[in-house]
Unconditional design. Structure first.
Lengths: 555, 203
């Protein structure tokens, strides 16, 4: 007997609270990146820092005739100038990923542009751009300890988890960087955000090399190198604000492909009739080891603390269940387990366990990883020969809950998204308290879908979309989206992104979980800190590493 | 050099600021990207059009017919282009469509280029004496290569070109004959072992 499992309902999965409960998995980009680049040749090409750690360094990944080089510029920064906010204009270090091997002339040019970040100009030879600030407390402690011949305090390191945190990573044509179309046919970087992951990964290595270098300069005779195990357990931090939120609204087919891959993986796992004992053991082992990542998850955010507490409680409940009452030798064990999870545990834990279920199944996830990109241009044109009746049916089927929202109520129309003038960054504000709602960005999809539906109700069913659009140009952006969701069921957030109760960091969390971030640490409802690559193998270890490194953290 | 992504974003935002809906602004972003990618002066024309739009009125052409004449003002290239793109499937039957006075017709062009891809036919666009052969939005062949602003095209026509060969049957056969020189004559024994040999096909 076969069990045919349905994909989970987008109307359930695409709710913001659910998306905001997603965790990293085998599908996450940083894990895919490491797997895809493990046989590339890693090299530190140059390292020209002064005794304070300021200067230039170049790192590269090379395979056959292709080279990607990270160019790092470390600068002196006054304490008062150090800020993680997007309005900052100076950083401890700035980075760009160069396409090929940079010449001295390139490095000279980049030295003038990269530290300026948003106000600098890059060229098509540069692929990604980023900057980072030290966690000064940790950086100074590590340098001091190493220079005195000691390893740093692991407990202190564990509280933070990184030496540096980035505050933005740009790609895809920003500030003159190479457009996606120039590189999209390269197989090694076909997956989403591979170059951004490469940049962050190499920056992590730079941070280790920098502390070792400075410590050695302080005390050449006594200084020791940072222990490799400690290095492995340090990642790169990241401060992320609302800039990330519109991305998932503005890239509907890409969003669909990420979620669809996750849902397909879950469906295929639930459809496995006989679970091999080694697979169930691996699942249990990863799950139990992963608890360390939760118990070492520090945050001052009450919102997140409650979620972590609930997650831990649910995980203990789940572990007790599988240890005492569950038999993995029964048919379709993961399907039974999933049903129990949905019935007994909260969203945060449900999605945590969905991620964990993928751990034994590289055979399932590997083929899905290659389907997580999107050729978005293909779906841009509106099929204007379709009829009003078609569009109405799509809305009724795909936006069921959204059509029930009453936007005449103030609380459902409370906020608006706009682009700030000073930093050209997305922001969210109260429509009734702040000026500027007349310049609202097209991110109130739920409200506009409802408007579209009401306009369609007044039209004849046989009217074609070209005729409808001739008099309803203001709804064109949502007509396009509706025809996209017809083909891509997970392309739309099934929630109100301008309501009073919106938690914007749910949108960030969704994207960051696909990046592979750990330890979400909300600093408000609009920005958070995370950690990437914590526990990951070092570049010199890539040839042979444990695919489940995420759960090997000593923290 | 500006990236195409920057060109797309800037054109979209400027279009919204110029008074178009977000959906139309998205179309303009894509279009200016296409123009600049093909080496045509998209940003230059868009910038000039939006400056002029502040001072002058343009007519929106919402429903396109075989012959389109303006009443008072020049046609807006963006709204006319959007209508053409949206309605191209039903317009194909006309074989040729004519317009009078389209302002900044370079901005109208990418809509026609994209329409060519939608219907799977080449379109020949004439803007007064300038000709553009639009090949399925893959490339544009033209006698206009100047990087300049065109404020208006008095006479505009779009011809739907039938999908037909650009060569004669004789030319095809001659080339085929030459290509035969890469084939090898099969011996009888080789023919006997080929797929389907030795069986009755009435099974």
């Amino acid at each position: 007997m076969n069990t045919q499992v349905e994909l989970r309902d987008p109307n359930l999965i695409m709710k913001l609270s659910r998306l905001g409960s997603f965790h990293q998995s085998k599908l996450s980009f940083l894990r895919s990146f490491l797997r895809e680049f493990k046989d590339w040749e890693y090299k530190r090409d140059s390292f020209d820092l002064n005794k304070f750690g300021y200067g230039t360094a170049v790192y590269s990944f090379k395979k056959n005739s292709r080279t990607y080089s990270l160019v790092c510029f470390a600068n002196e920064l006054n304490e008062k100038e150090r800020s993680d906010r997007v309005i900052a204009t100076k950083w401890d270090a700035a980075f760009t990923l160069y396409d090929g091997i940079p010449t001295q002339k390139d490095i000279f040019r980049l030295k003038n542009e990269v530290p300026k970040q948003e106000v600098g100009r890059l060229s098509y030879k540069e692929l990604t751009l980023s900057r980072a600030n030290k966690s000064v407390r940790i950086f100074d402690h590590v340098v001091k300890s190493l220079s005195e011949g000691n390893q740093p305090d692991r407990k202190l390191l564990s509280k933070v988890g990184y030496l540096y945190r980035t505050t933005a990573v740009y790609g895809s044509g920003k500030f003159g960087l190479a457009d996606r179309f120039r590189i999209k046919d390269r197989k090694e970087i076909y997956g989403p955000f591979r170059l951004e992951m490469m940049l962050v990964y190499l920056v992590r290595q730079f941070t280790f090399d920098q502390v070792n270098h400075v410590a050695k300069k302080i005390n050449p005779k006594k200084a020791v190198l940072l222990d490799l195990e400690i290095c492995r357990n340090l990642g790169i931090g990241n401060s992320t604000g609302l800039g990330m939120a519109p991305f998932i609204v503005n890239h509907p087919t890409l969003l669909n492909n990420w979620i669809f891959a996750r849902e397909t993986a879950l469906k295929k796992i639930r459809e496995i009739k006989n679970i091999k004992i080694e697979d169930s053991n691996l699942f249990k082992m990863c799950l139990k080891k992963s608890l360390k990542n939760i118990t070492s998850w520090n945050t001052d955010s009450e919102y997140q603390q409650k979620k972590i507490e609930s997650l831990l409680n649910d995980l203990h409940k789940f572990i007790t269940f599988i240890d005492k009452d569950f038999d993995f030798s029964r048919n379709f064990a993961f399907n039974n387990l999933y049903q129990w999870i949905e019935d007994n545990l909260k969203e945060e834990c449900v999605e945590y366990l969905v991620s964990m279920m993928m751990e034994p199944y590289e055979s399932i996830t590997n083929s899905l990883v290659s389907q997580m990109s999107s050729e978005e241009e293909k779906y841009f044109n509106i099929p204007t020969n379709r009829k009003v009746s078609d569009l109405k049916k799509i809305l009724e089927k795909k936006y069921q809950d959204i059509l029930k929202i009453d936007f005449s109520k103030k609380e459902n129309n409370q906020n608006f998204w706009f682009i700030s003038k000073n930093k050209e960054e997305p922001r969210l504000a109260d429509r009734f308290a702040e000026a500027g709602s007349d310049l609202e960005q097209p991110l109130a999809i739920a409200r506009d879908i409802k408007k579209l539906y009401q306009a369609l109700l007044e039209k004849n069913d046989d009217c074609t979309i070209d005729r409808f659009l001739a008099n309803n140009s203001n709804l064109r952006h949502v007509v396009r989206r509706a025809f996209i969701i017809e083909k891509f069921p997970y392309s739309e957030i099934q929630d109100n992104t301008i309501g009073q109760s919106i938690v914007p960091i749910d949108m960030l969390r969704l994207k960051l979980s696909f990046f592979g971030a750990l330890k979400f640490d909300p600093k408000s409802d609009k920005w958070l800190r995370i950690c990437m690559f914590q526990g990951a193998p070092l570049p010199i270890e890539l040839k042979n590493y444990d695919a489940h490194w995420v759960y090997n953290s000593l923290n | 050099m500006k990236s195409l992504s920057e060109i797309d974003t800037l054109s979209k935002r400027a279009s919204r600021a110029a008074g178009y809906s977000w959906g139309i602004a998205e179309e303009v972003g894509k279009n200016i990207r296409i123009l600049e990618m093909f080496g045509l002066p998209g940003i230059k024309n868009l910038n000039d059009f939006y400056k002029k739009k502040n001072k002058e009125k343009f007519e929106n052409l919402n429903l396109i017919s075989k012959k389109n004449k303006t009443n008072n003002f020049q046609f807006c290239p963006i709204m006319s282009g959007t209508s053409f793109l949206d309605q191209v499937i039903s317009l194909e039957k006309f074989k040729e469509i004519k317009f009078e006075k389209i302002a900044y017709p370079i901005l109208f062009l990418p809509f026609v280029s994209r329409a060519s891809e939608i219907i799977g036919k080449r379109l020949l666009l004439k803007l007064d004496d300038k000709e553009f052969l639009l090949n399925f939005n893959n490339n544009i062949y033209s006698n206009f290569i100047k990087n300049e602003i065109i404020e208006v095209a008095k006479f505009v026509s779009i011809k739907f070109l039938d999908n037909s060969d650009s060569f004669s049957e004789k030319e095809w056969k001659e080339l085929y004959k030459l290509s035969e020189n890469t084939f090898v004559e099969e011996t009888d024994s080789l023919k006997e072992g080929a797929a389907g040999a030795g069986l009755t096909d009435n099974d």
